[in-house]
Design a protein around this ligand. Structure first.
Ligand code: CMP
Length: 139
C-alpha cells in the first residue's frame, strides 16, 4: 500500500558545502511536507546498519566512511506519490547522469558524494524512517 511518505538524508558533502537550506527549500517548493527532521553525525556502526543492504558491494566501506565524515540531516517527507516524486526531484544516483534542475545536478559532485538519499520503495521508506525516528518523533 502506498504510504505517501519517503525518507531522505542530506549527506555530509551537501551539509558541509552549506547547501542544507537550499535543498530544504527545493523539497518544500516541490510540495513535500516535513514530518520529522534531525541533524546528526552518524557513528560507523549506525551508518553500517543503515546501509546493511549494500554490505556486499565493493563500495560499502567507502560509503560508510563517507556517511560518517560529517553531520547529515535526516527527514521523513510526505506528499502524494512521495517515493517516486522525490526520486524525480533528486535525479539520478550519479550526478553526471542527473537531469538539469534536479538536486543532485545542482549540488552533488560524484556518485558517492551525491548530496541526498531518497528511498527506493514505500517499504524501504518505512524501514529507513523507522531507523532514524522513534514513534514519538514521527507524527
Ligand atoms: P544512496 O541513494 O544513499 O544509496 C546507496 C549509495 O551508495 C548511493 O546513494 C551512492 O551514494 C552510493 N553508491 C552507489 N554506487 C556507488 C559506487 N559505485 N561508488 C561509490 N558509492 C556508490
Amino acid at each position: 500500500m502506498a504510504t505517501n511518505r519517503t525518507f531522505t538524508m542530506i549527506k555530509p558533502d551537501a551539509v558541509g558545502n552549506g547547501y542544507t537550506g537550499k535543498i530544504i527549500d527545493d523539497i518544500l517548493a516541490a510540495g513535500f511536507t516535513i514530518k520529522a527532521m534531525k541533524y546528526i553525525h552518524l557513528t560507523k556502526a549506525q551508518a553500517e546498519g543503515f546501509y546493511a543492504v549494500h554490505s556486499e558491494r565493493s563500495f560499502f566501506g567507502e560509503l560508510v566512511d563517507f556517511m560518517c565524515s560529517g553531520p547529515i540531516v535526516a527527514a521523513i517527507l510526505e506528499k502524494e506519490n512521495a517515493v517516486e516524486d522525490f526520486r524525480k526531484l533528486i535525479g539520478a544516483t550519479n550526478p553526471a547522469n542527473a537531469e538539469e534542475g534536479t538536486i543532485r545536478k545542482k549540488y552533488a559532485k560524484s556518485i558517492e558524494a551525491n548530496a541526498v538519499h531518497g528511498s527506493d520503495s514505500d517499504e524501504n521508506a518505512e524501514i529507513e524512517g523507522n531507523y532514524y525516528f522513534s514513534a514519538i518523533e514521527r507524527f
